[in-house]
Design a protein. Structure first.
Length: 69
């Protein structure tokens, strides 16, 4: 299962690198039938978690910089 998630992550990143939206990449993965919906969902969860974690960290860092002034 882990290997399949890594494959899906690679496909997601490849699609994003080619400037496709996350919705387009997801739709393509689901219609392709190479991966089941649970695997695609798990991979997307990891991508969104990483994205949100980075956004929160950026927000915290910018807030701490503003407090110094």
């Amino acid at each position: 299962m882990t290997a399949k998630i890594v494959e899906v992550l690679a496909k997601i990143l490849e699609g994003l690198k080619e400037n496709f939206s996350i919705e387009e990449v997801t739709k393509k993965l689901k219609t392709n039938k190479d991966f089941d919906e649970q695997t695609v969902s798990a991979a997307l969860g990891l991508v969104f978690d990483k994205f949100l974690t980075n956004r929160i960290n950026l927000h915290k860092n910018s807030a701490s910089v503003n407090k110094k002034f």
